[in-house]
Design a protein around this ligand. Structure first.
Ligand SMILES: [Zn+2]
Ligand SMILES: [Zn+2]
Length: 495
């Protein structure tokens, strides 16, 4: 194929991806050119990396638009020189990637030797590539640059927020905390080829870049029995797990969390004193589980997770009606929290584990509120006047049931709910109007969305803080929302 044909073929693939119309070509062999972005900048070659249409603004900057980025799995490790490459492989449309990537190039190989696409690339040696920022972080460049980002790659220069640099940062002594995150790709991939071997992405550097001090790092233990629903709006359980299967998945997920923690040099917070003395320059995590599915109905496994895996935050249910109770996205089976679920709440109270009722039905929340002796958390949601059937949004009464325990409701950045960070800030405001400023927090659900959310990287935290100030919150209130309130609940839960 002549090079002109090849480049027009490449262009048509990127164009089709941008229109999101590539499904017609799914699983077809394509030839495509783009810029390689390593997920592990310390490697000189890799068989797993990202390919972007546009030259990265620095060596490690990943475009947030999933339609301009392809996940590549190559036949053999390819040299990561940070340059332009032309690859041939099978292009697959992903429908359930928790990170939001839409396309994958499988069995990729070089069409020809790597070549430079533009003169500006010629000077980008691997040495320069690493020095330019990839070794620091995939997201360390230009913090806040993508503030207000919705669907386009570049921020709209007409947007006033882009012309206002994000000045927000937490005052000394205040900790910023994300109540719900799967940062680093901690969870096992649904793609069987990656599974538990899915490469991690950086956590520490983006946290440092955005001034995020603590994240509740959540494993998920129903992944193998859930999938994206036919309407592609949510996940659903599609088969009954084998006995022991979800416990085993839990073991794998906890091990992955600890591997990521070790690799990223994160500090695990296990009690209130550690949180009180946390150095804000060092990224911290609270180990969490989204769903008590790994318990498989056995209460002693709460103790085991507490002592062996440092679990300190347990969300009772997720996308499967499990042994603990009913979920918002399926018809109720148990009438809310089960007796086992109530026992788990009591055990968490006794041990010192934060109880999170996200994904649970209003009936589940009401019984959990009546059982718990500690404040509840509902880590990621938003308010709706009339949530639709199977919606993850909550009513004002549902929110009040959590707040009345002294708890906190996390506002999430779903793009189905908010268009941008200003919209999200107004989501905080609505929630505060219902339950008060002491009862609202941030739950990013990082890498947990089907569609890319409006807050997708910790370097957006200053922009979110600035949006909260613009929405009328004081500096002090913004610090309560972005960490202080969860801190109070954590301290109360540990004591
Ligand atoms: Zn969730
Ligand atoms: Zn999640």
């Amino acid at each position: 194929m002549a090079s002109g044909d090849a480049s027009s073929a490449t262009q048509s693939v990127w164009n089709a991806m941008r229109d999101d119309s590539t499904h017609e070509q799914s699983a077809s062999t394509v030839e495509i050119g783009g810029w390689m972005i390593p997920l592990d900048p310390t490697e000189s070659a890799a068989d797993y990396f990202l390919l972007t249409e546009d030259e990265p603004c620095c060596g490690g900057c990943v475009p947030r638009d999933p339609l301009r980025c392809i996940e590549v799995i190559s036949r053999d490790p390819l040299e990561l020189d940070g340059g332009f490459v032309r690859l041939r492989g099978r292009l697959i449309r992903l429908i359930d990637d928790p990170a939001g990537w839409r396309y994958q190039l499988e069995a990729a190989r070089h069409v020809s030797e790597p070549k430079r696409a533009s003169s500006s690339a010629a000077g980008m040696s691997r040495r320069a590539f690493l020095a330019s920022g990839a070794a620091l972080s995939l997201a360390a460049c230009a913090p806040g640059r993508f503030a207000g980002y919705t669907d386009s790659h570049e921020p709209d220069p007409a947007e006033p927020r882009d012309s206002e640099p994000e000045q927000w940062q937490a005052a000394a002594g205040a900790l910023t905390i994300d109540m719900h995150s799967h940062a680093g790709h901690v969870i096992v991939s649904r793609n069987p080829k990656l599974g538990a071997h899915r490469p991690f992405t950086p956590v520490s550097a983006p946290m440092r870049a955005g001034g995020m001090n603590v994240i509740c790092l959540a494993i998920v233990t129903d992944t193998v029995v859930t999938r994206v629903s036919a309407d592609r709006k949510r996940f659903e359980a599609w088969r009954t797990p084998q006995p022991g299967e979800l416990y085993q998945l839990g073991q794998t997920e906890f091990a992955r969390a600890h591997e990521l923690i070790e690799r990223e040099q994160l500090v695990v917070v296990t009690d209130a004193a550690m949180l009180a003395s946390a150095d804000p320059r060092t990224p911290h995590v609270i180990i969490a589980s989204e769903g008590g599915d790994f318990l498989e109905g056995q209460l002693e496994r709460v103790d085991e997770a507490y002592s062996q895996h440092q679990l300190r935050h347990l969300q009772l249910t997720h996308y499967r009606v499990n042994e603990l109770g009913d979920i918002q996205t399926e018809a109720p089976v148990h009438g809310g929290l089960t007796d086992f679920g109530a026992d788990v709440v009591r055990r968490c109270n006794a041990l010192g584990i934060v109880v999170d009722v996200a994904h649970g039905t209003y009936d589940l929340v009401k019984r959990a509120a009546s059982v718990t002796t500690k404040p509840l958390v509902l880590s990621h949601t938003a308010l709706a006047t009339h949530p639709g059937a199977r919606s993850r949004l909550i009513t004002a009464d549902h929110a009040r049931a959590v707040a009345q325990t002294g708890g906190v409701i996390g506002v999430w950045p779903s793009s189905g709910t908010f268009h941008d960070l200003d919209g999200m800030a107004h989501g905080f405001k609505r929630m505060v109007e219902v339950v008060g400023v002491e009862h609202v927090g941030l739950g990013t659900d990082m890498y947990g969305f089907i569609s890319p959310p409006v807050f997708r990287d910790y370097d957006q935290l200053p922009a979110l803080g600035a949006a909260l100030l613009s929405a009328g919150f004081s500096q002090k209130e913004s610090e309560m929302l972005l960490g202080g309130n969860y801190r109070r609940v954590f301290e109360a839960s540990m004591g």
